[in-house]
Design a protein around this ligand. Structure first.
Ligand code: ADP
Ligand code: MG
Length: 640
């Protein structure tokens, strides 16, 4: 490999990110891409996958096409790139035709370095035709496990990615994921038509994580103790919204600063909770699994699960949010036998009968007034509560029916990636002038818009209805009403802000009797789901094998020795272990000692035992060494 290329990528890393060095494997992955190999990168969450396609994208020049499943993540990354002075746009499945047109035209005209696309878009041939004219030099598939039907997060549209290849014959694909079960790893490469298998895998060992699993009837009391003993910033995962609120309130009452986080909160609230936690103004977040994606807080000291997660993949991602700074963090599950049973019971709801799925499809189509043989590409704001009320359906069953309809590619449900309202003028200045003459009551608003925001004729521009209301001196509600009217009159295009999820109709509506489901798929999915649940239950039950080893085996990593720190390893320690440990700590309490002096102090203890304890205290950074002298770290105290 050309030495200049190495220099190049280091220069880019320094210039745009300000980092001096790559993390393990990042450089190998980037070089593999630049050496024109299809490449699959398996790095744990927070391992730095984005850099692995962004750096070679910049090095190659031209445009990198990034496929990403979540609008929120997409917008996040685009904003981060823009801050660095790199040009990037996102084309999400939630955009309307006009918005997409504007974005693509800009991409074709100017030089866009990164174009992020929702996979759903790739099902539209016109769209694919349009991007085929862009100077694409690299295709990056983020969260690539979504391609695998056997993974825990399948998205059928991901299967369409390989159909891009003929349009860009010289372009290589880099796929990235944090999910590493064997089936998924093979499936990704197969579905993306990799010419040769080429996988870079970083071990999922997290040396500084202390896994603990405990059967515990009084979970709250235990949680309370844990927070007191460990201290620092933490995350507590529970199953539903109500529990996040109750728990946060309880902790607060007991003088632990705490806030709830779940998908039912307004966008601004979620942002605020998140920020207060990141700034360490709030100690503990009580959250549903909606929390965490894209959040990068280094100093999380504990992650507690008070309800069982639905898969070990999800668990590993959630637990892995602890200790990003490399310091010790605890990943704890408190569970009861009833929790295990509940996990199994929930299974019934996850797989509604096919008739129920059909009814759900009918109800949704009717609610949004989609006619038979029409509707492909329509997207609507999806309000599950309203639909369930109107048709007397159960939210959980509807939700899971949609999951199944997604797998068969009838519908696609997309998270509500929040965007402020925006406006683009579609009429020309002359028409606007005529319109103002005819309808003078709109004049103040139109004039204020044009005066307050630039570039309204070229691009969608974010606006704020409350600001406008203040300036025009009418209510914000009237502003919204006026804008909607102007949109209808084709003076401008108005996209109001929204945080509701979007539902996309992937095909024209079919008569419910003609909905086709592959029974084999249905059964295999059912089995896979059951296997995942069983893996979680097995993990909690198995108190013979080191927790870290169990998790690694699940992700197909073998040959690891026991971590020495999890609840299982601790239970295997010699009986006098704690006494020996205390003795060590007391010996070092007021003075520093050399190894020889320590040996002397500990000579009455079993060698193996005290050396084990000694190593643990060093690992935990409680005993530190400087020039062969050992001493106790000032702020260290015995934990847990
Ligand atoms: P992933 O997608 O694997 O979960 P991200 O790409 O979001 O991870 O990166 C996680 C964090 O790690 C980001 O804040 C990123 O800036 C940081 N990071 C990535 N690579 C490096 C590096 N070489 N040096 C320092 N920080 C890095
Ligand atoms: Mg990522």
């Amino acid at each position: 490999m050309n030495a200049n290329i190495k220099e190049d990528i280091h220069r880019l890393l320094k210039k745009y990110w300000g980092f001096d060095s790559f993390r393990p494997l990042q450089e190998d992955i980037i070089l593999s891409v630049l050496d024109k190999h299809d490449t699959l990168a398996l790095l744990p969450t927070g391992g730095g996958k984005s850099l692995c396609f962004q750096v070679p994208g910049l090095a190659l020049g031209g445009t990198t096409l990034v496929i990403s499943p979540l609008i929120a993540l997409m917008n996040d990354q685009v904003q981060n790139l823009k801050k660095k002075g790199i040009s990037a746009v996102a084309i999400s499945a939630a955009m309307n035709f006009k918005e997409i047109d504007v974005a693509l035209n800009n991409a074709a005209l100017g030089h866009v370095q990164f174009i992020y696309v929702s996979p759903e878009r790739l099902q539209n041939e016109t769209f694919v035709q349009k991007i085929s004219y862009l100077p694409i030099t690299l295709i990056a598939v983020d969260e690539a496990h979504c391609i695998s039907q056997w993974g825990f997060d399948f998205r059928p549209s991901y299967r369409k990615i390989a159909t891009l290849r003929p349009y860009f014959p010289d372009c290589k694909i880099i796929a990235l994921t944090a999910s590493a079960t064997k089936d998924v790893v093979e499936d990704i490469q197969k579905q993306l038509d990799f010419k040769d298998a080429n996988v870079f895998r970083q071990s999922f060992v997290r040396k500084n994580l202390r896994y603990v699993v405990q059967l515990e009837e009084n979970k709250i009391e235990r949680l309370f103790k844990l927070i007191h003993n460990i201290g620092g910033s933490g995350l507590v995962y529970v199953r539903n919204r109500k529990k996040t609120e109750e728990l946060a309130a309880f902790l607060k009452k007991n003088k632990i600063s705490s806030m709830a986080y779940h998908a039912g909160l307004k966008y601004e609230q979620r942002q605020s909770v998140q920020q207060q936690w990141i700034d360490n103004n709030v100690q503990v977040i009580c959250a549903t699994n909606a929390f965490g994606m894209g959040i990068d807080k280094p100093d999380v000291r504990f992650v507690v699960h008070l309800d069982l997660p639905e898969s070990l993949e999800a668990y590993f991602q959630e637990a892995g949010r602890g200790g990003r700074d490399g310091k010790i963090a605890y990943s704890t599950i408190f569970y009861t036998k009833a929790d295990q049973q509940r996990l199994i019971d929930n299974f019934q709801y996850a797989f509604p009968e096919l008739d129920y799925v059909k009814n759900t499809y009918q109800a949704i189509c009717n609610y949004y007034q989609i006619a038979i043989s029409a509707g492909q590409g329509t997207n609507v704001q999806f309000d599950i509560d309203k639909i369930c009320k109107s048709y007397n359906l159960s939210p959980i069953l509807v939700y899971n029916s949609i999951k199944f309809l997604e797998k068969e590619n009838y519908l696609s449900l997309i998270d509500g990636g929040f965007e402020p309202s925006k406006v683009l003028f579609t009429a020309n200045k002359e028409d606007i002038y005529q319109f103002e003459l005819l309808y003078p009551k709109f004049e103040p608003l139109v004039k204020t818009l044009l005066r307050s925001y630039g570039g309204l004729f070229e691009n969608y521009v974010y606006i704020n209805e409350k600001d406008l209301a203040y300036r025009v001196k009418i209510s914000a509600a009237s502003i919204m009403e006026y804008l909607a009217y102007l949109d209808k009159q084709e003076i401008l295009s108005y996209v109001p802000q929204s945080a509701l999820p979007k539902l996309v109709f992937m095909q024209d509506r079919v008569h419910a009797n003609y909905l086709e489901f592959n029974p084999e798929n249905y059964h295999r999915l059912k089995e896979q789901y059951l296997e995942r649940i069983n893996s979680v239950i097995e993990y909690t039950n198995n108190d013979k094998l080191c927790r870290q080893v169990q998790l690694l085996m699940y992700f197909n990593e073998f040959n690891y020795s026991d971590c020495g720190h999890c609840d299982v390893c601790i239970s295997k320690r010699p009986k006098d272990y704690e006494t020996v440990k205390t003795k060590l700590l007391t010996s070092l309490k007021n003075k520093s000692l050399t190894l020889e002096q320590l040996k002397d102090k500990m000579k009455s203890s079993n060698d193996e035992t005290w050396i084990k304890a000694f190593n643990e205290l060093i690992d935990d950074n409680i005993i530190v060494e400087e020039e062969s002298i050992f001493y106790l770290k000032k702020d260290s105290k015995e934990r847990l």
